[in-house]
Design a protein around this ligand. Structure first.
Ligand SMILES: O=P(O)(O)O[C@H]1[C@@H](O)[C@@H](OP(=O)(O)O[C@@H]2[C@@H](O)[C@H](O)[C@@H](O)[C@H](O)[C@@H]2O)[C@H](O)[C@@H](O)[C@@H]1O
Ligand SMILES: Nc1ccn([C@@H]2O[C@H](COP(=O)(O)O)[C@@H](O)[C@H]2O)c(=O)n1
Length: 433
């Protein structure tokens, strides 16, 4: 819910050269966690509820414009011809385009989470700075000196700068400003956004603080990117709903793969399709019924199951998780499950018994997934999740007893689904009117 007086507009400072990134390309184009820093900022700001995003360009502006156009980013662009004078000119250039009383100013080379942005947007009035009081800020990834922040007892900012002897927090690169306060102090051109804020404090402008809770970082040097992507995977990769197989086995396979694929820009949907293709190929090997091909197929089913975690990890780390992607993922999972069941039936010689158990196993697989989906918002949890069922199928293929795989899953999955339905009906009966 958007609070009254919530900030609606954000200014992204993306005009810098980014010399310490040791690249000739604008830093805004640097891929971090699978997408460019600029696209990540825009996605996070939109997810936080920002309605209007103004991006200030400077160094190689045309390259950044090309990215904005190619990715169809919902932003307005303003070019700061004086960008080499420092970030203050970019702030003032951007603010000149913004009619709102208050505006969020975002450092274009920072990474933030939508919840932290949202907390700032929903502050009722005045200037508010995001600070990190954890003492182990993500910024330590950079080997650079962060802006230190000294706070008054009431939490408002008392001082700001990289050389403060005494400080309580570090600057997390997000500030909601009262535009009039900024313009008030700019009676002479200042070089940096830091100086402008220091001048605001010197003029008695009150700047409250809000502590960041999530992952954030200031991406100044290339070494940050890899360390940050590892932090992102730890935070966004595994899901709270992961079953024991996913936690103990599959994420150990998908994690390194995801961190490697982040450098390629591979999209989550392509990863979904690849996982589906691998599982279909594995099912084809199992269906032959040939001993060693079944072993290879069984291992392929395990790999396909693990790869089915890569798409979600890529989606969450690159801020591209979407309902559409979730639908594609779960739909292809169902077809993949049925393909593996069919492969085991064929590997068993397609006897009547095999078809009967195969049918029961297919029903069990579909019902567990269905009950899991229907009960997503309840505390009903199923045991025979997909990663468990596929592991049973894989082991049955590897040891050469495909029929037993069908029998075990048919009995266990259907019993689990029935137990889930009973618990779900109870949970829904207690649901408030
Ligand atoms: O039978 P269940 O487990 O309920 O099926 C769920 C599964 O299809 C989910 O797919 P997702 O990609 O989120 O889960 C992956 C598993 O499919 C892999 O086997 C596992 O290795 C990987 O770690 C992931 O957990 C769907 O999102 C659910 O909607 C579906 O119910
Ligand atoms: N193409 C995709 C695939 C997945 N997602 C998101 O990931 C979730 C699944 O996560 P896993 O780690 O279990 O694979 C899925 O529910 C979606 O939220 C996506 O957005 N696009």
């Amino acid at each position: 819910m958007v609070k009254q007086n919530a900030v609606r507009v954000a200014l992204v400072l993306a005009a810098g050269r980014g010399l310490r990134m040791r690249s000739t390309h604008p830093k805004a184009l640097r891929r971090v966690g699978g997408i460019s820093l600029l696209e990540r900022s825009v996605r996070v700001l939109r997810r936080a509820g920002v309605e209007r995003i103004v991006v200030v360009l400077g160094y190689r502006a045309e390259e950044v414009r090309a990215l904005i156009k190619s990715r169809d980013l919902p932003v307005e662009v303003v070019v700061n011809p004086d960008w080499e004078s420092g970030t203050a000119t970019s702030v003032l250039t951007g603010l000149s385009r913004i009619g709102d009383r208050r505006c969020l100013v975002v450092m274009g080379d920072h990474v933030h989470e939508a919840d932290d942005v949202r907390r700032l947007l929903q502050t009722p009035s005045g200037n508010v700075a995001a600070v990190d009081r954890s003492g182990q800020p993500a910024i330590a990834l950079n080997n650079t000196r962060p802006n230190r922040v000294r706070l008054h007892d009431d939490g408002s900012v008392a001082g700001l700068g990289p050389d403060l002897e005494e400080y309580d927090a570090v600057d997390a690169g997000l500030v909601v400003v009262d535009v009039q306060d900024v313009l008030l102090v700019n009676y002479r051109a200042r070089e940096s956004w830091l100086e402008l804020r220091q001048q605001m404090l010197a003029h008695g402008c009150v700047m409250q603080s809000r502590e960041v809770q999530g992952l954030w970082a200031d991406v100044d040097v290339p070494e940050t990117v890899r360390a940050l992507e590892r932090s992102m995977w730890r935070r966004y990769g595994p899901k709270p709903t992961d079953g024991v197989i996913a936690r103990v086995l599959n994420r150990r396979i998908s994690g390194p793969l995801t961190r490697l694929l982040l450098r390629t820009g591979l999209t989550p949907d392509v990863a979904t399709a690849l996982a589906f293709a691998v599982t279909l190929l594995a099912a084809g090997l199992v269906a032959t019924g040939e001993t060693w091909l079944m072993v290879a197929g069984g291992l392929g089913v395990v790999l396909g199951s693990a790869l089915d975690g890569v798409d979600g990890e890529l989606a969450r780390i690159s801020a591209r998780a979407s309902p559409r992607g979730a639908a594609l993922d779960t739909l292809l999972d169902r077809y993949a499950d049925l393909a593996v069941v069919l492969a085991l039936v064929l590997a068993t010689g397609a006897t009547v018994t095999a078809w009967a158990w195969g049918f029961a196993a297919a029903i069990g697989c579909l019902l567990v997934s269905y009950v899991h989906a229907v009960g997503r918002d309840t505390d009903v949890r199923l045991l025979f999740r997909r990663e468990f069922r596929l592991l049973i199928f894989a082991v049955a293929a590897i040891v050469g007893f495909p029929l037993w795989g069908l029998i075990v899953v048919a009995i266990a999955a259907n019993l689990d689904a029935i137990r889930g339905v009973v618990r779900l009906l109870r949970a829904l009966r207690k649901a408030p009117w």
